[in-house]
Every structure is written in C-alpha cells, then in structure tokens.
Design a protein around this ligand. Sequence first.
Ligand code: ADP
Ligand code: MG
Length: 670
Amino acid sequence: MLNEALTSIKGIGPTRAERFAALGLFTFSDLICFMPREYRDYSRVTNICDLKQDDYAVIRVTELGSPKTVRIPRSHLTVTTVSVSDGTGRLQATWYNQAYAAKNVPTANGGYVIGKFDKRRGMKLLQPAFASVIPGIQPIYPLVKGLNQSIIRNAVRIALNSCRDEITDELGESIRKEFSLMPKADALENAHFPQDAASLNAARRSIAFEDALLFTIMLAYIRSLRSREKGISFDVTGIKDEFLKLIPFALTNAQSRIIDEIACDMHSSAPMNRLIQGDVGSGKTVLALYAMYAAMKNGYQSALMAPTEILAQQHYKQLNSIFGEKAAIITGRQTKKQREELIGKIAEGKVTAVTGTHALIEGDVKFRNLGIVITDEQHRFGVHQRAKLGSKAATPDVMIMSATPIPRTLSLILYGDLDVSILNDMPPGRIPVNTKYVPQSKRIAMYRYIEKTVQEKAIQAYVVCPMIEDNEEMESVNSAEAVFDELSEMLSVRVALMHGRMKNAEKESTMEAFRRGEIDVLVSTTVIEVGVDVPNANIIAIESADRFGLAQLHQLRGRVGRGNMESYCFLLSDSDSKLVRDRLKTLTETNDGFKIAEKDLEIRGPGDFIGTRQHGEVSLGAALGADMNTLLEAHEAAERIMKEDTPDCRRLIDKAKQKYERSYKDIAIN
Ligand code: ADP
Ligand code: MG
C-alpha cells in the first residue's frame, strides 16, 4: 500500500490529486512522511473569562445564538458570526468569506467550539469549528490552494491505517534502545495524531533523529567517495604575494587565513570542496579572484557562477581588472552571434576566467581545461546545478560562497560533505546600519519619514513583507500587496511591487528599474536578491519583523548600507510580547552575522537554518522541528556507525542512498 496512488482515497479525484502533487505528495508513503508544520492544542477546555489574546481555545457551549452573515461595503469581505456563551462570558465565533460555515453551526446547545481568540477587535473566536467532543492536539499541515486541513488530515488518516503493517524500523533495535526512540510506526502515528504532548515530543524527536542520522551518513559517505577521486594539484608557490599586488587593499586577517586554506586545497591532489561563509560585505569576492588567478597561473580555466545577471555583471567588472582580455561573461542577453563567438574562445582556451548566470551551465558551453568552479551565493543554486557545471570537467575543484552565516556546530552537520571556512571579520571602515525597533503606533510616522527622506536626499527604500497577499488566518500581518496598495495611495513617491509569484523576467526588470533609480520605494517579499548592490538604497523597513528569524532579518538588513551614506533598518512589529521585542533588539545591538545566528539558534532552534539547505537538494525535511540536542546526538551516532563498518552500518548507508537517491547521484558525479 505504501506506493498506492492518492486517487485510491475516496474523495480524491484527479483534480484534487493535482493539488496534493503541488505539495510533493503522490503516494501513501509521501503522505505518511508529510510532517505537520505545527500543532494546535485543543485538549483542554478554557473559560471565556480566562482567555488571552491569540489563545487557541476550546470553549464549552452552553448558549448559542443563530448565525448572521453581513457583507462589508466596498470590500470583498463577508463576515459570518454566531454568538456563543459558556456561562463565564460571551464571544462571537467569526468566519471571513465563509458564509457556508453557517450551515455547520449546530442548532442545539452543548458540545464545543474551537478557534483562535482575538479580543483586540472585540471578543472574537476566529475561524472557529464546532465539535461534539474535545478534539485534542490537532496537526496543522502546510497548505496550497484547493486543499484544507481536514482534507489532508483525512487522507493522512487513511494512508496511516492502510500502511501501518508495512512501516519498517530502519534503525534497528540497538540504536532505538540506546537513544530511547519510538518504533517507527508509533512515531509516525503520534507525529500526525498525537495522543498527548509527551508522545508528540517523543515522536517528533524519533523521526528527526532518524532523518538526521541518515542525512549525516549520506554526507559522510559522499565525502569519503570524493576523497578517493583524483583532482588537479595546482602549484601555488608565491601566488598569494603576486595576487596581493593586483588588488587595491590589504586583506583582512580572515581573508588571508582563508586564502591559505584555499591554496592548501588547490595544492592537494584530492578535489577541493569548500564552503565559504561570510556575512554580506565581508569580502568574499576577493577569495574567488585569488582561486581563479591561481588556476590561470597553472594554465587552467575557471568559472564563477552567480545567481543573477546583475551579480554576474558586478563580478565581470572585477575579473576584467585582473584578467583583462582573458575575462569573459556569458549572459542570457547576448545575441546568438556574440554567444557563439564567446563559446568558441572558451573552448579554445583563449578566455580564462568566465562568469555568468545559469547560462554558464547550458549544454553548449565547453571549457578546454576547467580547473575550478566557484558558485556565489550558494543557496540559490541546488546541488543539481552545481553538479552540472562540475561535469564540464573531469574533477575540478569546487568552491561555494554563501552569505548566510550559520553557527559552526550546525554547519558541521548541514555541510558534512564539505570543508567549511568562516569569514568572520569585516573590511575596515564599514558604517553599521542604524537599526531601530518601530512599534505599531509609530508606523505611519515612519512611512512619512521615509517619504520625506526619499524626496529630500534622493535615496531609495525597500519595504519587506512576510507574505504576498492577505490571509485571514494571519490578520495582523501586513502583506506585500496590501502594503503596496496602502503606500501607493498614501505616499507621493514612486512605489513598486515585487514578489515571488511574479515571473523571473518581471522580477529582474523591476529590480533593474530600482537600480536605475526609477522606483523610490520597492515593496517586496523576501525575494530581493541576496548580494545585489544598490548603493543608493539606504533604508529598509521590515513589516511584521517578528515573523522572520533573526538571521533572515540580518540578511535583509544587508541590502542597505552599501554606499558611504548613513543607512537605516526599521523593524516593525505590533507584538506586545517582551520576548519578541528582546529578540528584535538583538539586531539593534550587533552587526555580526555569526553572533546573530548563534542567538537565533538559541531562541528558535535549528529549523530556519536547516531550511537554508533545502533548495532542490539534500534536505533534512523531518528534522526541521528538531532541537539542537537531537541533531547532535544523531550526528554523533552516525559518525560512530560509519567508523564501525558493521552490517548495521552498511544497511544504513544503503538506506540513506535510497532515501537521498536523486541528490546522491548528482553529488557523486560532481
Ligand atoms: P561579499 O562578501 O558581500 O561578496 P564583496 O566581496 O562584494 O563582499 O566586498 C564588499 C566590498 O568590500 C567591496 O567593495 C570590496 O572591494 C571591499 N573589500 C573587500 N575586502 C576588503 C579589504 N580587505 N579591505 C577593504 N575593502 C575590501
Ligand atoms: Mg558577494
């Protein structure tokens, strides 16, 4: 049954199956492994008089009104309400744009109603549901349009029931005992439909442990395969000194140290596989330039891959200053003739240092002797793309540069297949971004300030929102579309909108227009390009900043402060929680991305960071909700197992290969 298609579930036809497919769900097995993104605890009754803002509550219904639906004038909104009392107070169960919900309201008193309590807009219970018994802990799954929680829950229930006997324990008895893990079938049952909070925790831990263990084994295995490959041994004697004469500044200590590490890798006959992490502006490009220079001195070509055209152009300027005629850029915009000419030069080896976007990895580009491949802003490239470029040469050295600081302990786990260098200091003279916390009450004044500054100083501003469009479940969050509408009306400057659902070409042209100064205020989701340099953009305002991780906020803040003018980052939040405010204040106190990442790990756990290694490549899906201890335990267990080389170990390697099959094949050819 594990491979049974979802269409065999009653109520799932071809159309609905397509919605499931959009979530990556095709079979029963996919459903069973589809982890809830959170849980709502509906296992205890609360009195209305004791409710606190944003509580998810179960209310005993002793008195029930009859439902009413009203249409809000000049809006698309209908509001359906029914009055509920439990003897300690009264509230309005409230649905937005769900007039049909009125049909499901019971006609007699008794039973329960659940939902999210909101007292700010009157005593309301939002998106409520009636139930005859106390529902218990409910799973909340990631959704796409056309599906809702109850459709997914029912499907998962059916899949679990039909496959229970086929779920096997991969880890084996001894590991389960040693780390007190639940049997797999029990763990899955409780992760979807928890009996109580304790079994939910144990279940999530067990699943995350297995996931992290297999992940570590996989990466360690890939590393061991690579170390047996034969790469190029470059002669690096004296090259650093020569290179230093070509650049206009002295290296920072960290840059100098990492150049030595790169030199050591390049000299070694095993292929280099190094990840370099450094905050935005820490000076990663010069490291790439060094490696490309060393390759050239040894008669090899090099490729520097950038995630966007704009970044490739920025790189090309620098390549040009070092390699002159022997530098080249391949972009999607060149004419067929230009491209053919360039490709000819690359194939003949007349061009040495090449940069570009994904156009660089398209089939017809052939290098004469590619020695090193560097990808910038790594998290935009999946393993697949990197592998493709890697396959253009036998076993070139591979270097990856990332602007996402990740705490050391965690990057050893997430990037166990790579050597990791951390660029942890900044070039001198950088002016830190002024970062301010802005409460809801000062929001409008802030936008007026932005308007005035934009007009008076001719600078530009970003406004970042956590979501594209409004969503009733998160009423208090301002979406990009809503803020765009609001600001277009309110401000007398040029406002534009950019978000992830727009076509790539549209996004790039909006970004281009912003760069050229044709847009004053750019409202967007988090799609604004990492590494994009718009020196004239000196203000960034982040709506509902509490919705983002600190590391992500820090990343966003890195979009400004690239020129030599004073720059500002405004963190908006309407949260009245001290915890939230203290968390955001971390950013007002430090500019060090690694410190911020550590703090984020401490407060939010590893989930956000794990998410950064998820773009179409090896991912630690189920471990997203794991705590750091579980990850570390699993990591240690995996390393021990790999050393032992027992039947257990071989079985787990096979299992890991099977699980990460697609990624494994791609990585192995790299
Ligand atoms: P990122 O790590 O974000 O890619 P860049 O390599 O683009 O950073 O460097 C940011 C800026 O700092 C560039 O203008 C670069 O020329 C400059 N820079 C880099 N290293 C140094 C240094 N050691 N001293 C002075 N300026 C530097
Ligand atoms: Mg860069």
